[in-house]
Design a protein around this ligand. Sequence first.
Ligand code: TYD
Ligand code: MG
Length: 460
Amino acid sequence: MAKTKTSYFCQSCGYESPKWLGKCPSCQQWNTFVEEIVEKKTGGIPDWRNITHTAVSRTNQPHKIQEITYTEEHRLITPDKELNRVLGGGIVGGSLVLIGGEPGIGKSTLMLQLALTLPKIKVLYVSGEESEQQIKLRAERILSSPLSDCYILTETSTQNIFKQIEVLEPNIVVIDSIQTLHSAHIESTPGSVSQVRECTAELLRFAKESNTPVFLIGHITKDGMIAGPKILEHMVDTVLQFEGDRHHVYRILRAIKNRFGSASELGIYEMQGSGLREVSNPSEILLSLREEALSGVTVSATMEGMRPMLIETQALVSNSPYGTPQRSATGFDTKRMNMLLAVLEKRCGFKLGAKDVFLNIAGGIKIEDPSIDLGLIAAIISSHEDIPISHKICFAAEVGLSGEIRAVTRIEQRIAEAEKLGFEQIFISKYNKKGLDLSKFQIAIQTVAKVEEVFELLFG
Ligand code: TYD
Ligand code: MG
């Protein structure tokens, strides 16, 4: 009998080692190595090649770059505008798209909704997680009469899936989820590093050789990475992340990697009783409708991908009842908040050392754009001094370590969005003024260079 080959894999990052190691040299995690059988000596060749006739072995010839003709790839435009945007303008034939996200965030809902609403397209939805009845029940909630030819297959073996694909010849395949699949060529359990890698490789071959787009749903680990080897992200063409707070209705679909479009695009959805609804004007819903100014609340004009978005930030500063004050931020990086607090303490003389500081970004979304800095510190001081800031004012600037107000990108778009939503004044960095045509805007533009100036203007 032929010997089976085994190897040790780090379950956290996919690092491969011929012997067991206590600590992963790649990701520094302890005790993550598991022995996996990498090759089962059955003498067979990968099944996708066995089943289909498309894969004739051919060798590619080098071509001079001038001689290569370029045709605009044909894209399938879906009825979901947000998804089109994130994919870079529709689904590219033969592309492999990975969608990651926390459990319960709505990955299956998003994909089933896509599968149901593509007009006159044959979709195969493969589920290894739910039964046909459960999927039917979900489909009923989303759309009672599907526009597409949607087939449901509950199967986890890739060989059997390919057999069904051969018969059905779908235009699009959705796999829910990659961690439930297993290939007969590998003996380790579904979800293990080598299984995930092998199943993805087989699907990749299928996608490229048949020019069929394949969507893979992937689980994520507790620290927010897509579970399975990092190599998974290298293998696929596009990685999308579906995120949001499960207790809020808003969801963001973000492109992390995209071979066919910009990786800074994002789509916004609202989870409703009947599936996901596209949100085309995010600012209006993220701003709570308030009639009067409240202390500790400000609005910032941020950019999410290529889209301007007005976000409400709330701060609460109170005396700490304990020795160590609490600092907590929801939807914002805590380290950056601490930095901003240090700037306020050192540069502006506010005594925040013995205060609890809580920050919250409304709507349960996460903001990484540093242009929110100025709005945040204004909210903190507004709460600290208990002086409200007019709800007709908004902010768009970064704050540096010495308390200087720094310029941000795409300032015109931000100003235009603020104006559109009825704000009367916007605070921006003085360094953003260069090349900016102020006469274009009705909104009052206040340029500032130092944080002290801002406080003087707001509370002075
Ligand atoms: P699901 O798509 O199963 O999440 P995932 O596949 O990412 O684990 O999302 C399920 C959640 O969405 C569940 O809590 C119920 C909710 N939901 C709605 O609010 N409306 C709907 O129309 C559907 C189908 C689900
Ligand atoms: Mg699911």
